[in-house]
Design a protein around this ligand. Structure first.
Ligand code: CAA
Length: 285
């Protein structure tokens, strides 16, 4: 069945959506990227262009391969253009009202056999699936930032997901070069349930002035050999995303270890969201 896949839609071309579109196009799928208006579409296309240019300049892609990828990528502001999509990944902002709007449209526009995946990191996949008339064909397909680089893809199933859908999505994840893991629909899934409280703990150490942000980051990098420290990682992931994951973990478990650090909440309120807003724990990230 996966072999028959041709056209993949990606709805939302922010940091994650643009990376996801790139991943599918690099794997040989025809990708149609959808954004809400021309300005957002231009920004999304810019993310993809920048990432592909970087791969070319580092000798990871030839100009010829890049031209092939560009030819497989198309962009639109009309969701109606997904009428013949075989598979759609949604990566729009983490608000249920926006998801409702998108999944309502996708359910109406896409053929009944089209599988709809959400890249949500903090909303319930079960609730998103229930927004459609095809909950058996809705899954979470959760990528990690930067999507073209990080190898994990969480395949999140709900009580409604069919085993056929799981098989297809797992196969698709492998086809795009990711390592899929099967995960139930619980707050934070697996990776974020581990990673984000760790980031939150680092924010707590920082706000209690236990150490400087550089030393907190250095501690983990040097002690555990991770590629970046937790505060740098928070800036990469987005402080708003971290906060949303903490809040959903708290909602689900009411465990004090999941209470968001006050500084994290204040930084988000101040619009200091990390790399995406130009300022987070580090300035000019
Ligand atoms: N887009 C595309 N490619 C990128 C990239 C981006 N934004 N950033 C880096 N890369 C590529 C580079 O082109 C380079 O590729 P090659 O090795 O093929 O040349 C490679 O990644 C390494 O990049 P750099 O040498 O520039 O920098 P680095 O070695 O410091 O690596 C990093 C950068 C990959 C981001 C690395 O620091 C890292 O792995 N950090 C941890 C990231 C992480 O933990 N992500 C998960 C966050 S949790 C999440 O995302 C889930 C959620 O829902 C919140």
């Amino acid at each position: 069945m996966v072999q028959e896949f041709d056209k993949v839609g990606v709805v939302g071309l922010g940091t994650m959506g643009a990376g996801i579109a790139e991943v599918f196009a690099r794997a040989g799928f025809n990708v149609i990227g959808v954004e809400i208006d021309q300005a957002a579409l231009d920004r999304g296309r810019g993310h993809v262009d920048k990432s592909l240019s970087r791969a070319v300049s580092r000798g990871k892609l030839t100009e010829e391969e890049r031209a092939g990828i560009d030819a497989r990528l198309s962009f639109t502001t009309s969701r109606e253009d997904l009428a013949d999509a075989d598979f759609v990944v949604e990566a729009v902002p983490e608000r249920m009202d926006i998801k409702r709007d998108v999944f309502g449209d996708l359910d109406r526009i896409c053929p009944p056999g089209t599988i709809l995946a959400t890249n949500t990191s903090s909303l319930s996949v079960t609730e998103i699936a229930a927004l459609t008339g095809r909950p058996d064909k809705v899954v979470g397909l959760h990528f990690f930032n930067p999507a073209p680089v990080m190898k994990l893809a969480e395949v999140i199933t709900t009580v409604s997901t069919s085993s056929d859908t799981v098989d297809v999505v797992t196969e698709v994840a492998k086809r795009i070069g990711k390592t899929p893991i099967a995960v139930g629909d619980r707050a934070g899934f697996v990776a974020n349930a581990l990673l984000v409280p760790y980031i939150n703990d680092a924010v707590r150490l920082y706000e209690r002035k236990v150490a400087s942000r550089e030393d907190i980051d250095a501690a983990v990098q040097k002690a555990a050999g991770l590629p970046m420290g937790p505060l740098t990682l928070a800036d990469l992931v987005g402080l708003d995303v971290c906060l949303a994951v903490m809040d959903v973990l708290w909602e689900e478990y009411r465990d004090p270890r999941y209470v968001a650090a006050p500084l994290l909440r204040r930084m988000v309120a101040a619009g200091r969201l990390g790399r995406k807003s130009g300022q987070g724990f580090y300035a000019g990230t």
